[in-house]
Design a protein around this ligand. Sequence first.
Ligand code: SF4
Ligand code: SF4
Length: 418
Amino acid sequence: MDIAEYYDQIAQCNKCGFCQVACPIFRSTGHESGVARGRLALLRAIIEGRLDWNKELEEPLYDCLGCGACTANCFPAVPTADLVNKARTEYLEKVERKPIHQMLFDYLLPYPRRLHLAARAVALGKNTGISSMARALGLLRIFGRDFSRAEEIIEKLPPLPFRDKIKPGVYEGFGDSLRIGYFVGCGVDVIQQEAGEASLELLKRIGKSVTLLNNCCCGLPAHSYGDVKAARKLAGKNLDILDSDEFDVIVTDCSSCAGFLKKYPEIFVDDDRRQQAEKIAGRLKDMVELIVPAEPVEITVENPVVATYHDPCHASRGQGLTTEPREILKNIKGIEYREMPEADWCCGGAGSYALAHYDLSQKVLDRKMENLKKTKADLLVTSCPACMIQLSYGVRRHGLATKVCHISQVVAGRQVRP
Ligand code: SF4
Ligand code: SF4
C-alpha cells in the first residue's frame, strides 16, 4: 500500500510537539526534522505532491530509530515509526534498493549456512587485521557510508558461530513435560554466544526437551529497512520450521526477534499463511517471560553486585515486557537492583543504524552511558543481543568497568562477578 493510503492517520498530528521530549534523535540534535512532528510533515508533503520521490529523501526517512517512543507520548497515538517504515517501502520501490541490502536480505540471511560462512570469514578478517586494512583502503563503504567507524562497535567475533559449535537438534532437559523450541537470533548465533549458551542451559532446566532450531533470520532487519518482500520471504521460511507439533512453546532470547515473531500475523495479513502465523505467534515467548522464577534464585557472590536494566525497544514498547526482567533481577539473592534513569530509551543501536548514522547513534548512546554512570552498576543487563553490542561499545568508549550481559547469563549465574 502506498503511503497516501495512510493520509488520515498522518493528518491526525495536531503539531502539539509533545513528542519532542521523548525522541532520542530530537534530544540529540534539536532538529525539528528528527522528531515525529517533522517526520509526519514530511510524509504529508510527499502525499500532497509538494515533494518528489528522490534520493534526498533517504536521509530523513532513514534517520528515525523506529523506537516508537514518540507514539507513547502522543495524545492521538500517531504510529510515526510504522508510517515512516511504510514510506521506506515506497522509497525502495520508487527510488532505489541498494545492492548490498539485496545481497544481505535475499542471498545471506535466509540461509543459516551461508551466514555462518560469512561470519567465519568476518571473524578471520577481524582477528588477522585484514578488515582494518580493507577499512583503511575504503573498501568497506559498500556496507554503509559510516561502516569504517561502525565496524569498531563489535570488539571481537567468535571464530565459530553458536550453531556451528552446538548443532541444531533435540536436547534432553530436566523439566517435567514442557517441550521447547529455541529460536536462535542472528545476534546470538554470530556474536553473543555466551548469552546463547546460558539460555540453552536455562531452557534445559525448564523443559523436558529443547529443540535448537535451524531457523533463519526473523526478518526484522529487512522489515525495518522497508523491504517487506524480503521480510515475508524470511518469515515464510521460518513458518515452515516453527509450525511443528514437536514443541509446545517457542522461545527466543532476543527481544527484537520475539517482538517481530509475535507480529508475523501482520506480515501475512492478506495471505493464506496468516492462520499458521497466528498459531506460531500464540506459542511464542520472549526469554524473560519464561524464566520469571517462582522462587528467588540464589547466586553465591562475595559482595552484593549492583545491577541495572536496559529495556530494548522491542521488549518494552514492542511487547510490554518491563516488569518481568526487573522481577527476575530483584529475585536474585546477591544482586542489588538499581533503576537507571531513562532505562526504556533506545540505546542508538537500532539494528544496523550506526552503519549509516554513526555520529547520531553515538550521541544517543552517550546519553544512555551518562544515565548508566548515575547507577554505579557493576552489571548492565538487557535481553537483546543487538543492544548488548551497542551498550558494550558505549561502556568501552566511556572507560567504564560495568559488564554488559544478557539476563540469561545472570539467571544462569554465569556473569555476576564484577
Ligand atoms: S505528539 Fe503526536 S500529535 Fe503532537 S506533534 Fe508529536 S506526533 Fe504530532
Ligand atoms: S520512532 Fe523514535 S527516533 Fe523515530 S521519531 Fe519517534 S521517537 Fe524519534
